[in-house]
Design a protein around this ligand. Structure first.
Ligand SMILES: Cc1ncc(C[n+]2csc(CCOP(=O)(O)OP(=O)(O)O)c2C)c(N)n1
Ligand SMILES: [Mg+2]
Length: 475
């Protein structure tokens, strides 16, 4: 039987290994829902109660799996609702594909029902943004959208008018130029390494340093051992911006924890005193917490050349993934005997930990939020995934949750948008079946999107809500 555009879409997603789509139904995506229904043995649809939650869940899924997150929304208002979650993914560098509907292709631009050009609306948020024109168009567009999202670690968007979703080969007028099957479903990640001479220059700068600070962001999450080795050899201090909270455990002798408004005093002390700064996989935004621009010799390692020198002047930039660059750099780093700077910061950290314990064990009423966050640690598995909302709750999570073992952590870092936590947790749980997932949520969760806000996701199923795996229906 001839395949519809929607079937081709869903089958191409499956070819790319996608097995989870977060979304909310609507008239403008009925064709896609029918295709999801007929392929439900190979791809699951997770229904949320607000499209913003679908985009957050896709972002949480990506953050805690390293895979593409996918969300689906209907034409007009459904697509508009996705935006906040999509900006969150864009700002924190997560690959997310958004799929939306549009009104009938031949009524677009005539002020018809839900006639919102989402491909125009998404021009800023999406690095790839395309409207599907027919059956012969869809496969190539899906391939480019997914490759763009994965390569640039950002948002891609595909929009399909509702009637076109149901078109099949019988409606097709394939252009001669469009050879069937010409595009591929393969993502080949780049493995970049800077020239050896530049790595040597970086090593020489680092070897001169007496007070070394390593700012280890989310780009280091897969390079824990290498970051620890760098600290060990340089007698340096590891500072973790919020998204890098999981890079090294909090009880490591080399870390002074977080930085910024949610960070620790010892990290601020270290930044103010350092003579050498190594920024790895971080675009931590708060400029006032960096060393003064002429204070420290600076090496920056980042996978994206655009980020070199973004927040702080850099003497040497090394472009590549943190693990590979550190593997090449580490043999050139001399083991420093002088541990004065590290030991001084360890002293500050001991005092800081005492302060946290004192605040976390207060017994006055009403109970302080620090006490809750402090005690949550007792219930966390060594591989727990902890996510947090944006608000004062982020401070308690950032400071009091202690990363151990293989624990992961996430927050809406650069967009700092409210009520992301619960949908993040849903995405994280679905990407990591059986793993403990804990969300530190603010009560803003109940307010932010109107009735029950994003907490609509926890309404029991028998009240018409709740997280549930839905069988797509065409009604
Ligand atoms: C979408 C959005 N609206 C408003 C803000 C500004 N803002 C940041 S935190 C916050 C309050 C959050 O309340 P809650 O979720 O209860 O967390 P709490 O601060 O109480 O821990 C607000 C309004 C924001 N960051 N994002
Ligand atoms: Mg609150």
């Amino acid at each position: 039987m001839a395949k519809t555009v929607a079937e081709r879409l869903v089958e191409r997603l499956i070819d790319w290994g996608i097995d989870t789509v977060f979304g909310l139904p609507g008239d403008g995506i009925n064709g896609i829902f029918e295709a999801l229904r007929t392929h439900e043995d190979r791809i699951r649809f997770i229904q949320v109660r607000h499209e913003e939650a679908a985009a957050f869940a896709a972002c949480g899924y990506a953050k805690h799996s390293g895979r593409l997150g996918v969300c689906l929304a209907t034409s007009g208002p459904g697509g508009i609702h996705l935006l906040n979650g999509l900006y969150d993914a864009k700002f924190d560098g997560q690959p997310v594909l958004a799929i939306t509907g549009h009104t009938y292709h031949d009524l677009i631009g005539t002020h018809y029902q839900q006639d919102v050009d989402l491909d125009k609306l998404f021009m800023d948020v999406a690095a790839y943004n395309e409207r599907v024109m027919g059956p012969a168009h869809v496969t190539g567009v899906v391939d480019e959208a997914i490759k763009t999202a994965l390569t640039r670690r950002t948002v891609a968007h595909i929009n399909i008018p509702k009637d076109i979703q149901d078109w099949d080969e019988g409606d097709e007028e394939r252009s001669k130029a469009n050879i069937p099957g010409h595009s591929g479903d393969l993502f080949a990640p780049a493995h970049l390494l800077p020239p050896r001479a530049v790595i040597e220059q970086a090593a020489a700068l680092i070897n001169k340093g007496k007070k070394v600070v390593i700012l280890a962001g989310r780009g280091c999450l897969a390079a824990r051992d290498e970051v620890l080795q760098l600290a060990e050899r340089t007698g340096g201090v590891i500072i973790k911006p919020l998204l890098g909270k999981g890079v090294v455990p909090d009880d490591s002798a080399y870390t002074t924890g977080g930085i910024g408004l949610l960070g620790t005093a010892p990290s601020e002390d270290a930044m103010q005193a350092c003579d050498t700064l190594i920024i790895i996989g971080s675009s931590f935004p708060y400029l006032e917490f960096y060393p003064k621009p002429d204070q420290a010799g600076t090496v920056q390692i980042d996978i994206d050349p655009m980020r070199i020198g973004l927040r702080h002047p850099v003497d040497i930039g090394l472009v590549g993934d943190a693990k590979s660059v550190l593997d090449a750099l580490l043999p050139m780093i001399e083991a420093k005997q002088d541990r004065q700077f590290l030991e001084k910061m360890q002293g500050h950290m001991q005092k800081w930990r005492e302060l946290l314990r004192e605040r976390g064990t207060r017994d006055d009423a009403p109970m302080k939020p620090q006490v809750v966050a402090f005690n949550v640690n007792r219930f966390l598995n060594d591989d727990a995934i902890v996510v947090t909302d944006t608000g004062t709750v982020t401070t308690w999570a950032a400071r009091y949750i202690e990363m151990r073992g293989e624990m992961q952590f996430s927050a809406s870092g650069t967009l700092a948008t409210m009520a992301n936590g619960l949908p993040y947790a849903i995405g994280a749980a679905l990407a990591n079946p059986g793993r403990q997932v804990v969300c530190l949520a603010g009560d803003g969760l109940f307010d932010v999107d109107g009735r029950d806000g994003n907490a609509g996701e926890i309404r029991p199923a028998d009240q018409g809500g709740g997280l549930q795996e839905q069988h797509a229906r065409h009604d």
